[in-house]
Design a protein around this ligand. Structure first.
Ligand code: BTN
Length: 324
């Protein structure tokens, strides 16, 4: 999207975010455009997942007020000085792609958040549906001087960071599905995509992307599995700036600790959150399917799969409950 269009849509949204009616004429006046042009911008905003409706004689309004992400509000909610810069973007293809493209320019710890993603990416090449203002779309980059071989268990550690941040909102019953999905009452609340850049034998830069459902539209196309959001879990609207600060702090803290000590110190915390512990599961890696009983994880973050009385560590893939 070109910069002018983005600036216009941002301005319109800032105005509509109060949840009140604004006439097409007033909006046109605000951004210096005709009412017909406003109608086209509103259409484009609806396509991003915003619930904007129009009533003749009154104008446009958002179905409910929306607190937009705000860098200053996020920073004010941090309990420690920021480790690195926090960047708030409006509409972008993917926060992970954005950071991956800028690894040479940003310092470790740099965070970016967006209100909407037009090409949000999930694990295994899947799409991550990213409606405007409905979730947190956060990416963080971190440098691990000990390289690839030191990253075993990182994705599990990130799941713990998310669970810790959620605990601060009052949700203490999330569960983690190996390697790093966050579940609430059997439905997916958040997902993590970790991407690594670097040379074998040297330090590597990692981009950690988190999608956390906050208050999703009532109807959302394209999500193929049962999902939950924080609004369902808490029964009220969450302040996304406060939540972002808690998430960012937890990610910084876990990355720092992980870079020094790896996953082993987090093992017990992970076991307490393990969704599939002692359950019959199917492990899918590529075309291969293995069935067994999930016996937790080891200090390298590998899934421990029991088959015929033997426990084997498994390093890659996805698990599902057997029979599903
Ligand atoms: C999953 O498949 O469960 C992982 C989803 C990760 C989505 C997040 S949203 C922020 C970041 N940017 C992306 O394009 N993906 C991750």
């Amino acid at each position: 999207m070109n910069k002018d269009v983005e600036a216009i849509r941002t301005q319109l949204l800032q105005c509509l975010s109060d949840g009140q009616f604004h006439s097409g004429e007033a909006l046109g006046h605000l951004v210096g455009l005709s009412r017909a042009a406003i109608s086209n911008h509103v259409k484009a905003l609806r396509e991003l997942g915003l619930d904007i409706f129009r009533v003749t004689g009154k104008g446009y309004r958002l179905a409910s007020a929306l607190t937009l992400l705000d860098r200053d509000a996020i920073t004010e909610n941090l309990s420690h000085p920021p480790v690195a810069d926090i960047e708030v973007l409006n509409i972008i293809d993917s926060t992970n792609t954005y950071l991956k493209d800028r690894l040479a320019q940003v310092e470790p710890g740099h965070v970016c958040l967006a209100e909407a993603q037009t090409a949000g990416r999930g694990r295994q090449g899947r799409q991550w549906i990213s409606p405007f203002g409905a979730s947190l779309y956060v990416s963080l980059c971190w440098r691990f001087p000990a390289g690839y071989q030191s990253l075993n268990g990182l994705s599990l550690a990130i799941g713990i960071a998310v669970a810790r941040a959620l605990k601060r909102t009052g949700i203490d019953d999330v569960q983690l599905k190996w390697p790093n999905d966050v579940y609430w009452q059997g439905r997916k609340l958040a997902g993590v995509l970790i991407e690594v850049e670097g040379q074998m034998g040297g330090a590597c830069d990692v981009v950690i992307g988190l999608g956390l459902n906050v208050q999703m539209p009532t109807e959302v196309d394209g999500i193929t599995q049962p999902w939950a959001d924080l609004y369902q879990a808490l029964g009220e609207t969450v302040d996304r700036n406060q939540l972002s600060a808690w998430v960012i702090e937890a990610l910084w803290q876990v990355c720092e600790a992980f870079a020094s000590n790896g996953f082993a110190p987090l093992l017990e915390e992970w076991h307490a959150l393990d969704y599939f512990r002692d359950q019959p599961v199917t492990l899918l890696s590529g075309q291969r399917q293995q069935q067994g009983i999930c016996r937790g994880v080891n200090a390298q973050g590998a899934l421990l799969l029991e088959q015929g009385g033997q426990i084997t560590p498994c390093y890659g893939g996805e698990i599902s409950v057997r029979g599903q």
